[in-house]
Design a protein around this ligand. Structure first.
Ligand code: PLP
Length: 421
């Protein structure tokens, strides 16, 4: 390391010491530079976020909270967590923030632990209609430990059926109502959910794991003014490190903090918390608001292009960063579409659509999202072209090589991790 203090990642050092592992990092960089990434929940962090993640803060044990730790020597890392908390509160206009959850799933586990006892009733969106595993799936702790009642979307509009939500809430008297989804392209009416929660005396938990970045950038309305607790991930549209966070009212602050630590987690990942602080700082800049608006406009351009090619967007379109496409008109399954797009240099995922006749391993749909492409600097024209490339890849597996060439041409101009963005 010579006379230079070591502050962060040194790739040359890793290459010399462990070429085998270093090659994995190089190959992954090649992979993301060699294809268009349309996975709705992925993004490319800034180099500054990566620098914080690769820092010596990973070494520090800091169980507890700033000023109240169970280890000595925490006075420096405390500053990172205080910055992250302050910035999260300011960014989202929240009374309280907990930035320690290791992931979105840990944030939900902690939020449930703060509000529910085992076997209590909660009302949440069904997984096959766009909800998340942690919203009551039987293969997840949420479905195993709580009595979960599920709502879905209407068959005709494919929008959340608020009448059904209210009927189920009145009938089952849940202690918590969860809103938020992982594959729902439309805005959620948080005021309507608040009204229903108030009517039955339930807590309202908004899981905004996916759209938190769009809310931070004011591209879509925020759930924070309506929900008692908001859980989020920092690595999706928000463009931060992999991790979670919880926002809540001052009333619930102590309950939430005690649920995260010591109930669900031990030592916090201080390097990840530092990187969250960096990402929140980036999201407070005007450029990020511009980014969030472009993510949504790009998703609409992509969705329109797919619709023009006869690929039906579930619910007729999108208001967010993602779209769900019904592939039955094209006569192709979600699994086939996923592998055909992969062969053409486009990464996306198969996804169940509401009332899907196919099982989850096959599905009748695919999900696309624009956070990555937008971070790479692609705009409306590019996303329009990406839409027609996706449609062609899905319908014509024989055209894969030709599509790859167009993909390479687009990526030659818009490469992640080549220049500052
Ligand atoms: C992604 C997601 C999560 C889980 O996040 P992880 O970090 O993968 O655990 C939780 N809820 C929703 C709605 C999500 O989309």
């Amino acid at each position: 390391m010579g006379g230079q203090p070591y502050y962060g990642p040194d790739f040359g050092l890793l290459q010399r010491q462990d070429p085998e592992l270093a090659q994995v990092l190089l190959d992954e960089l090649d992979r993301i530079r060699g294809g268009i990434q349309l996975i709705a929940g992925e993004n490319f962090t800034s180099p500054a976020v990566l620098a914080a993640l690769g820092s010596t803060l990973t070494n520090k044990y800091a169980e507890g909270y700033p000023g109240r730790r169970y280890y000595g020597g925490c006075e420096v890392v405390d500053r990172a967590e205080l910055l992250a908390v302050q910035r999260a509160r300011e960014l989202f206009g929240a009374e309280h923030a907990n930035v320690q959850p290791h992931s979105g799933a840990s944030a939900n586990l902690a939020a449930y632990a703060a509000l529910l006892q085992p076997d209590d009733t909660m009302l949440a969106m069904a997984l096959p209609h766009g909800g998340h595993l942690t919203h009551g799936s039987k293969v997840n702790f949420s479905g195993r430990w709580f009595d979960v009642v599920s709502y879905g979307v209407r068959r005709d509009s494919e929008l959340i059926d608020y009448d059904e939500v209210r009927d189920l809430a009145l009938r089952h008297q849940p202690k918590v109502i969860v809103c938020g989804a992982t594959a729902y392209p439309r805005l959620i009416d948080y005021a309507a959910f608040r009204g229903i929660a108030d009517e039955v005396g339930a807590w309202l938990l908004a899981d905004v794991a996916h759209p938190a970045g769009l809310m931070a950038g004011r591209a879509i309305p925020s759930a924070v003014p309506y929900a008692d607790v908001v859980t989020l991930t920092t690595h999706k549209a928000l463009r931060g490190p992999r991790g979670g966070a919880i926002l809540c009212t001052a009333e619930l602050a102590r309950k939430i903090d005690r649920a995260v630590f010591p109930f669900v987690q031990g030592g916090p990942l201080m390097h990840a918390i530092a990187a969250k602080a960096v990402a929140f700082g980036e999201a407070m800049r005007p450029e990020f608001a511009d980014y969030a608006r472009r993510v949504v406009a790009n998703a609409q351009a992509l969705t329109d292009a797919l619709a023009d090619e006869g690929m039906r967007p579930v619910s007729g379109g999108t208001d967010t960063h993602l779209a769900l496409i019904d592939l039955r008109g094209a006569g192709v399954s979600g699994a086939e579409a996923e592998s055909r797009c992969a062969a053409a240099g486009i990464t996306l995922n198969r996804n169940v659509i509401p009332y899907d006749p196919e099982p989850p391993a096959v599905t009748s749909g695919m999900r696309v999202g624009t956070p990555c492409a937008t971070t790479q600097g692609m705009g409306l024209q590019e996303l329009k072209e990406v839409g027609s490339l996706v449609a062609r890849a899905v319908r014509h597996p024989g055209a894969a090589a030709e599509i790859r060439e167009r993909v390479a041409a687009l990526l030659a101009i818009h490469q992640p991790y080549l220049s500052e963005f």
